[in-house]
Design a protein around this ligand. Structure first.
Ligand SMILES: *Cc1c(COP(=O)(O)O)cnc(C)c1O
Length: 397
């Protein structure tokens, strides 16, 4: 059900320069940032250019610190459990590569796993670590009973993606967390498409590690991401790369590791983008993640209904709970060609190839899909624009 008034919607759209010129349904790729995010970044860069990068940082240290608190607020964590990265792949990879596995250990994953994570898992398999995929059932739902059955004394990690890159289904991460916690197995969640779309609470999820990116549903600038590592788990991960931010008392005999999650990040990064990430989180928290999630579901449901009614269009999303990512294909037409035609006509959708979510795509025989990922600032008439275009253009080549 729609939960946002016309006035509110107008405000959100007026706050976003990109909303005026096009239909943007590529929020799972990179969503349109609110103007205030861009202003924050540009103002900070100008300040750096005028006063010097270090001097500007010292002057703004409280604001920069505040971003860690905002991330913590967004995911229900402590500030000391947050590290800032330039993307989710580095965040996930830093955590995963920091874990120690022995030959014979087992890792459980899901069919929705993202390509970066698959590469990491493929690498550890070469070292004799077994990776078990608990696939979804015929209705597209994650079978918790199968997860229970897959766990044994050798299981060292459960690593899943909450919302896949190229599918509408969602994993029951809180329920998976209960199983992981019951068996005392380390639990790692890829929340890349979750952040900014769906309310996250690491305590409710029961996860030890969670990674996300800024540019997708979070509406932050490109080149931002973050990692949550639970306090009690931080010592179980060896930092992959360190600089002076991570260590003190450095001599050739060793060093003292920093006592929070920032030991996993490096010092040098864009302060302007960090502040932009913070501003985007502030904006989302003001709108309210529960309200965003409700609106996204309403719009995506509407889009699926409308798309399904078009002859030749098949919607591929399955599962009892679906997100803002709507995937479809047009009979007899290459999905890349459909994507290109829509984009040329001011309707930003994306193409999902089989490599982004390999296990899921292969299982369902999907070589490529058109992905229309909707956000709360989209409107009903934009869905109609896309559907009307598809109805009127049979894509004859
Ligand atoms: C995009 C995506 C990632 C990777 O994020 P980057 O910021 O591009 O590294 C990881 N997982 C999922 C599910 C994604 O959709």
């Amino acid at each position: 059900m729609n939960n946002i008034t016309k006035e509110e919607l107008n405000k959100y759209r007026n706050d976003t320069a990109g909303c005026s010129g096009l239909v943007h349904f590529n929020n799972a790729g990179a969503s349109l940032p609110p103007d205030v995010v861009i202003d924050t970044i540009v103002d900070y860069l100008k300040e750096e250019a005028t006063y010097g990068g270090y001097e500007t940082e010292y002057k703004n240290i409280a604001r920069i610190e505040g971003v860690y608190q905002l991330i913590a607020d967004l995911v229900g964590a402590e500030k000391e459990e947050v590290a800032i990265f330039e993307n989710a792949s580095a965040a996930w990879g830093t955590a995963f590569k920091g874990l120690t596995f022995q030959e014979g250990d087992e890792i459980i994953t899901c069919e929705m796993e993202y390509v970066t994570n698959m590469i990491g898992l493929a690498d550890v398999r070469k070292k004799g670590i077994k990776v078990i995929v608990v696939g979804n059932d015929a209705n597209g739902n994650f079978p918790l009973a199968d997860l229970e059955k897959a766990i044994n004394s050798k299981t060292k990690l459960i690593a899943v993606t909450h919302i896949p890159s190229s599918g509408g289904g969602i994993l029951p991460i809180n329920e998976i967390g209960k199983v992981a916690n019951k068996h005392q197995v380390l639990y790692m969640v890829d929340a890349c498409q979750t952040a900014g779309q769906y309310p996250i609470d690491v305590k409710e999820i029961g996860c030890d590690i969670l990674s996300a990116t800024g540019r997708k549903y979070m509406r932050a600038p490109r080149g931002t991401g973050f990692l949550f590592v639970k306090r009690s788990v931080q010592d179980k991960l060896s930092p992959v790369l360190m600089d002076f931010l991570a260590a003190s008392n450095v001599s050739l005999d060793g060093y003292t590791l920093r006592n929070d999650a920032r030991r996993f990040e490096l010092y040098e990064k864009s302060r302007a983008l960090t502040l932009g990430l913070g501003k985007a989180i502030e904006y989302a928290l003001t709108v309210g993640l529960d309200r965003i999630w409700q609106r996204v579901q309403y719009l995506a449901d509407l889009a699926r209904t409308e798309l399904s009614s078009i002859p030749g269009v098949t919607v591929h999303d399955i599962g009892s709970e679906l997100c803002g990512i709507v995937t479809f294909s047009v009979e007899g037409i290459d999905s890349m060609a459909v994507r290109n035609k829509l984009v040329e006509n001011g309707i930003n959708v994306s193409f999902g190839g089989s490599q982004a979510t390999p296990i899921y795509m292969e299982k369902h025989g999907l070589k490529g899909i058109v992905r229309a990922s909707l956000h709360y600032y989209n409107k009903e008439s934009e869905i109609a624009t896309m559907c009307d275009f598809l109805k009127e253009h049979p894509f004859v080549s």
